[in-house]
Design a protein. Structure first.
Length: 65
């Protein structure tokens, strides 16, 4: 059970906006991944987040669309 203070912190951490060049943005997703990532997938994600023209990214690999 979380205290009210912990609930507020968790809500803040989950909804805060990060700079697109902030590697912590990708690190959080990477640590929670339930799949084995390949090096080329990680490199593509880092490239997309660091792109000066990108305001975000949706990455999909082998989704069979």
């Amino acid at each position: 059970m979380l205290s009210p203070h912990q609930e507020k912190y968790l809500a803040w951490a989950l909804t805060r906006k990060r700079n697109s060049s902030d590697e912590e943005k990708f690190t959080g997703v990477l640590t929670e991944a339930k799949v084995d990532l390949n090096p080329h997938q990680i490199e593509a994600a880092l490239f997309a987040f660091k792109s000066p023209l990108s305001r975000g990214a949706i990455l999909a690999d082998e989704v069979y669309l």
